[in-house]
Ligand binder design. Structure first.
Ligand code: COA
Length: 374
């Protein structure tokens, strides 16, 4: 057996999938065969969530049923709402949402049932309830009263309403919907692989998603959208951007929102998200962030030939929507629940325990000496 170590599983194909395809050679990404850019322009997030979970775009009746189910399941139990309210105000919202999904598993009547049908039902409940948990903590932390989900509103409209008590204009909602579509799925990234690894021991979907959330929190993965915003805040003004980035690169710092393990010549999701970011900035009459965005992007390309990833335009877009920076990654969670769930169901359908090998480089065999002569 080969003893070659493939650090970070780089370049290793570990399984097959029918959910999405990342094609770095042509900077493209498809969900179930559809180009993600087309899905962004022609579909709502609900349609794409259905596609990711079920494999096909919904027909009108199917979409209606899916939307009804999602709206019906948005409510959280009094117990979970009270738990969220009592969570430490200084906790990271990712830790709160991770705990909330874990709590949902304690209450779910199908927790022990891993059949595809039960998993789909549980996926729908986690999908529908997570935005409610995120918004509940967003308000609780500010000492504000919880706003109940509203069945008359779409997924994104309802999220804004639960966060701020109002729905912004259609273009802002569309930009948010697009970010959700772009965040929904991305093949075997670290959190999805975590979810599949947990599933491979025949564990349950709440546990797999809880583990995936912990994985997504890291700044090399989902946490990058927050880190981008902290960077923008640190730079403060576009006039300072060039000096800041040159200094960071001179010091060999990793610049958040740039680079990707798979895409080496540009992230397929960036042009679409950048377009919506620029429109949101225009609507909010913000000129500083687009200027800063372009300066950092240009210098990263010139000096390192490294392109932005989707977190780069998402960070400032969410900020301009009025969302607190540490809530950016929980929003990524809300979208990625669709992709994770599809992967969990796919893993169950053709399961093989995931158990790689390691190359041992510790001490030689040795004897345990008695305490007085060690
Ligand atoms: N800023 C500065 N340099 C970067 C960089 C970044 N964001 N991303 C990669 N590089 C450099 C590395 O330092 C390395 O340089 P070296 O060869 O001189 O040591 C080179 O580019 C190759 O990068 P590598 O670390 O091998 O790529 P990877 O596949 O292991 O890492 C990421 C991919 C995503 C982890 C990495 O690009 C990164 O940390 N990006 C910032 C975090 C981020 O935005 N994550 C979200 C991903 S969607």
């Amino acid at each position: 057996m080969s003893e070659e170590v493939k650090k970070g599983l780089m370049g290793i194909v570990v399984d097959e999938t029918t959910i999405s395809q990342v094609m770095p050679e042509i900077n493209s990404l498809t969900y179930r065969g559809y180009k993600v850019q087309d899905l962004c322009e022609k579909c709502s997030f609900e349609e794409v969530a259905y596609l990711v979970l079920n494999g096909e775009l919904p027909k009108s009746k199917e979409l209606k049923k899916f939307i009804t189910e999602e709206r019906k399941n948005r409510g959280l139990s009094k117990q979970i709402l009270s738990d969220i309210k009592n969570m430490p105000k200084k906790a990271h919202p990712m830790d709160v949402v991770r705990t909330a999904v874990s709590l949902m598993g304690l209450e779910d009547k199908d927790t022990k049932n891993n059949s595809p049908k039960a998993n789909m039902k549980k996926a729908m409940r986690i999908f529908a309830q997570t935005p409610t948990a995120v918004a509940a903590y967003f308000r609780a932390r500010k000492g504000k009263k919880f706003i109940q989900p509203n069945k008359k509103l779409s997924y994104s409209e309802n999220f804004f309403n639960m966060m701020f008590g109002k729905v912004p204009n259609k273009e802002i909602v569309k930009a948010f919907d697009v970010s959700m579509i772009l965040y929904a799925e991305h093949s075997f990234n670290v959190s999805t692989f975590t979810a599949r690894t947990i599933t491979s021991s025949l564990s349950d979907i709440h546990g797999a998603i809880t583990g995936a959330i912990a994985s997504l929190k890291g700044p090399l993965h989902g946490g990058a959208n927050e880190a981008v915003m902290y960077m923008f805040k640190q730079i403060k003004k576009p006039e300072k951007a060039e000096k800041w980035i040159n200094n960071a690169l001179d010091k060999k710092k990793v610049v958040m929102g740039f680079g990707h393990r798979v895409y080496r010549s540009g992230d397929s999701r960036v042009p679409t998200m950048k377009k919506y970011f620029l429109r949101v900035a225009e609507l909010k009459k913000n000129t500083a962030y687009p200027k800063m965005y372009k300066i950092l992007e240009k210098i990263m390309l010139q000096r390192k030939n490294i392109h932005p990833n989707v977190d780069y335009p998402c960070g400032p877009t969410y900020h301009l929507m009025g969302i607190d920076t540490d809530f950016f990654t929980p929003i990524f969670v809300m979208a990625r629940i669709t992709g994770w769930s599809a992967h969990i169901i796919e893993q169950h359908a053709a399961n093989k325990l995931i158990r790689p090998l390691s190359k041992y480089k510790g001490s030689e065999h040795r004897e345990v000496l008695s305490l007085n002569i060690r």
